[in-house]
Design a protein around this ligand. Structure first.
Ligand code: ITT
Ligand code: NA
Length: 199
């Protein structure tokens, strides 16, 4: 069965291409329900269940967010809402205007895979958010990158990339391959691709 990389975000698809065999995987722009939660894992897992039931074929859901340390992880799971309301430049200005707080932040990405088959649980990579035992479990792959919030630079990437600096460059100053080498998504996709190929 063909694997669907489920996202409405073309920036994610561009980055994921490097890891996913184009003959075996297709992207699907399906907007699954995002539950309200303070961490990405249950959101991705629930989304994978829903997308699996929608497509009836194997799915990989990608939930990501920017967690600002001194804002207790805000915007975190609400990163898309905050980008669409305040905008990323305002987020940067708010961080800058608070003289006592640090600029440290972490990008996180959670990939949730579901193919309807029972997947052997391995520690907490395995999650079944539903008490309904008919619900197939999902397997989770995570990646993160820690950096700092800076005034916007660069035209590459998407979302918060221009205001997130890692090792002297913002993520928007890197092309997709360079971003993948160090990014939350690149790390999660590397882990997924290793597991998926070895299966
Ligand atoms: P899908 O849910 O359909 O995949 P989305 O863009 O809504 O697309 P998320 O729910 O994961 O994705 O929202 C994540 C938010 O964080 C959104 O504002 C993105 O622009 C941003 N984001 C995610 N990954 C990012 C990355 O690698 N670089 C910069 N911003 C990112
Ligand atoms: Na979303």
């Amino acid at each position: 069965d063909i694997l669907r990389y489920v996202t409405t975000n073309s920036g994610k698809v561009r980055e994921a291409r490097q890891y996913l065999d184009p003959d075996a995987i297709k992207s699907l722009s399906y907007d699954y329900t995002e539950i309200q939660a303070t961490s990405l894992r249950p959101i991705a897992a629930t989304g994978a269940h829903e997308a699996y039931h929608y497509t009836d074929s194997p799915v990989l859901v990608d939930d990501a967010g920017l967690f600002i340390d001194d804002f207790d992880g805000f915007p975190g799971p609400y990163s898309a809402f905050v980008e669409n309301t305040l905008g990323v430049k305002t987020v940067q200005r708010v961080v800058e205007s608070e003289s006592e707080i640090s600029r440290d932040a972490t990008f996180r990405c959670v990939l949730a895979y579901c193919d309807g088959e029972a997947i052997e649980p391995s520690d907490d990579e395995y999650l079944n958010t539903n008490t309904d035992t008919e619900t197939p479990p999902v397997k989770l792959f995570t990646g993160e990158v820690s950096g700092r919030i800076v005034p916007p630079r660069g035209n590459g990437g998407f979302g918060y990339d221009p205001i997130f600096e890692y090792d002297g460059m913002t993520l928007a100053e890197r092309d997709a391959a360079e971003k993948n080498e160090i990014s939350h998504r690149g790390r999660a996709l590397t882990a997924f691709a290793e597991w998926f190929q070895a299966r």
